[in-house]
Each structure stands twice: as C-alpha cells, then as structure tokens.
Design a protein around this ligand. Structure first.
Ligand code: NI
Ligand code: MN
Length: 225
C-alpha cells in the first residue's frame, strides 16, 4: 500500500487494489498542506472526531467522490444528516471492509463539530490493510491502554500527535511509542499553527537514541509501505 501525508493529521492510503482511504482530510484551510481538496479523491473517509481540523474538507470530497464515511456512531450520523453515506461503528468494534479491517480505539479528546453537533467520543483507528497494521491515534493525550493496544495488535506504523497544547507533546508521544511498541512511529499534528510548533526531528532523534524507528514524512510526500 501507499501512504501519503498532507500535514496535520491528514493522510491518504492507497491499497494495492487502488482503493483510496482518506483520514482527517484537513487541506484547504490548512496552511501547511501543499495539496488542496480538489486534488484528492477517496472511496472512504475516516474522521477520528468532529473538530474542524479533522472533518476538514470531508464534505467537498465526499460530495465529489461519493465517498463513504467511517466513524463512530454519533459522528457517522452527523454525516448521514448532511446527506452522505456512512458506516457507523464505535470504540472497541472492528469491521472488515473491501480494503481491510478497521477497529476504533479510545482517544482522550473532545468531538464537538464546528456547527455544535455532538460528535460522540473522539477516537483513534487501527487499520489492517494489505498485511500491514497502522494505528492512527487521532487527537489524544497519552493513555496507558496504549500498552494493551500494542499487546493485542502488532502495530507496523503508529501515526501519533506530537504538537502539544491540544494533544500529546514530544515527551508524552515518546512514552506512547514505548507503550505501544510499533515498528515505526510517524509524528503528526505539528507546525500547522504557532501553538503546535513541535519539532518532529527532535522526536525522531530521541526515538532513535532508544533504538526505535521513526519516519518524518514531508508535507505532501507519499511512501510505499
Ligand atoms: Ni481535535
Ligand atoms: Mn486536532
């Protein structure tokens, strides 16, 4: 599969079969994304929580691409109420889609939408696609159950916030990697706004000092996993 990083928490996965999955596609209003919403497409859109920097351009993209949303029940119903297709799930539940398996996890965060709709619990998501397991934590503070997530899932790639202020900062994210024990950690949710100006290379360096692997993806970069 291919993984593309747009910046913030926005990623696109393209499976071997060519199915495209967007996660938290915040592009047009995102000062750090070199890619805008008209230039991406999605069969599925996973939104981890209702905040505007995660719902992002979901409406525009889903309308153009006839995408199906995958999110926790309340947020899925929000998208359905706006006229979109959604697959409702919730934390702890997994489902096999045509592209692979999706399981929702807890995240310690809020989830009110910009138009004041209750988006349910904020979530993270574990994706098993083409034989690899990715864990996108969503926006969250550090939590000890990451240890359980790591014990029950062999995580190949962990995508986690390091920006501080709204989510884990570098120190807590290092602990999150230690608890979850992924093969590779990919930092996200930094540099988008002045208040989340963390340095991903400091995070990577500290992980490497502990013998762990990290990839800092350039904004707009796509890599083959
Ligand atoms: Ni948020
Ligand atoms: Mn956020």
């Amino acid at each position: 599969m291919r993984l593309r990083y747009f910046s913030h928490s926005a990623f696109q996965i393209t499976t071997k079969d060519g199915i495209k999955i967007l996660i938290d596609p915040f592009l047009d209003g995102n000062p750090t994304s070199p890619v805008k919403s008209d230039d991406v497409s999605a069969n599925y859109i996973i939104v981890t929580h209702g905040h505007s920097d995660h719902v992002g351009d979901s409406f525009k993209i889903a309308k153009r691409c006839n995408s199906t949303f995958i999110c926790v029940n309340e947020l899925a119903n929000y998208f359905i109420s706006k006229g979109f297709k959604a697959h409702n799930m919730h934390i702890g539940g997994a489902h096999n889609f045509d592209f692979g398996r999706v399981k929702f996890t807890i995240a310690h965060h809020g989830s009110m939408t910009s138009d004041n709709y209750y988006g349910g619990e904020a979530s993270g998501v574990i994706l098993t696609i083409d034989g690899l397991t990715l864990y996108h934590t969503g926006d969250t503070g550090l939590f000890y159950d990451m240890k359980l997530i790591g014990e029950m899932n062999k995580i190949d790639y962990m995508l986690l916030p390091i920006g501080d202020n709204f989510t884990m900062g570098v120190t807590d994210a290092l602990k999150a990697v230690e608890l979850t024990n992924p093969k590779v950690a990919i930092p996200m949710h930094y540099k988008t706004f002045p208040v989340i100006e963390s340095d991903p290379y400091e995070f990577k360096k500290k992980l490497e000092e502990q013998g762990k692997k990290s990839i800092v993806m350039e904004f707009g970069q796509e890599i083959e996993l």
